[in-house]
Design a protein. Sequence first.
Length: 350
Amino acid sequence: MNHDDDSPLPEEQDRGLTIRAVAIAAGVSVRTVSRVLNRSPKVSGATRDAVQAVIDRMDFSPSLRARALASGRSSLIGLVHHDPNALVLDEVQRGVIAECALRGYEMIVHPVSDGRDAVIADVARFVRRSRVDGLIVLPPVSELAELPQALRPMRVPSIGMAAVRTPSYPAMIVADERAAAALVAAHFLALGHRRIAIVTGPPSHRSSGERTAGFCDALAAAGVDLSDAMVVTGDYGFDSGVAAGHALLDRSDRPSAIFAGNDVMAAGVLNVATARGIMVPRDLSVAGFDGSLIARILSPTLTTVDRPMRDMARTAAARLIDIIEQPSVTGWDERAPPFSLAVGQSTGSV
């Protein structure tokens, strides 16, 4: 349906004369206000600023239903994940929601199960059912190159967040987790540790491979090579951290320092150490990865790689909305800011 400058718009129908009142106060047409609300490039910068000032002063916000009618979009963003770590997921959701609130969008969270083909079919059904305008896809789901390919005919843009680039995504937020894990190795070495072990994440996750490679390569560069016995595979879950803790601390040559691939597994290692009367950090240093709330709650507090998931997620949401509103804005990657090491009470010198 086409509207001229004076005909009623969906926002006007939905909110009485509020949008017309904004137009009168700003001295512009109803159509111009609508274009500002929908971020149309057809409005000059000066006019946009003037109208936006009136919108802010009147505290006007069109409903999602009205925006959908006016723009043909749902103003909904889907967040697709397969991450049982509620602490990390909470940070991601907070970041996405913050940007959505600023830009007039809402977020729908969609968890998926295992299985490549099942995931792709599940996400496709979710998109059709929810009519989201775009997707933010978290690892390990973002590692499926077939997913953005399946979404392309549906004309639904997607942004992947991951530790490595997945070429089929039109845009990605890529974090250098390899370099981040090397920070833990450097920290252990600076404290004098040489009997060092690692609890890796699941081999199927690219993040696990990146963290393991970064940690082990940094040790090797310093002349410290890990034996196979000092590398234990976990699954990013607490129970696997406990199992790894038992396996490593049962050894007669038990390590003096253990790096767990995430904070949850590190908590499992600390649990085993406490149960055995092993003093941390006097007898054992433990470090994790994520910078999640659990690192600050644990006693002793956990040394961990601080991963700014909230900021990364907010950036992903901002870029996705840019693509939704200007489809030509594609074909880029954005590097996440360098991670830092948050040194807690769980690491000390030999």
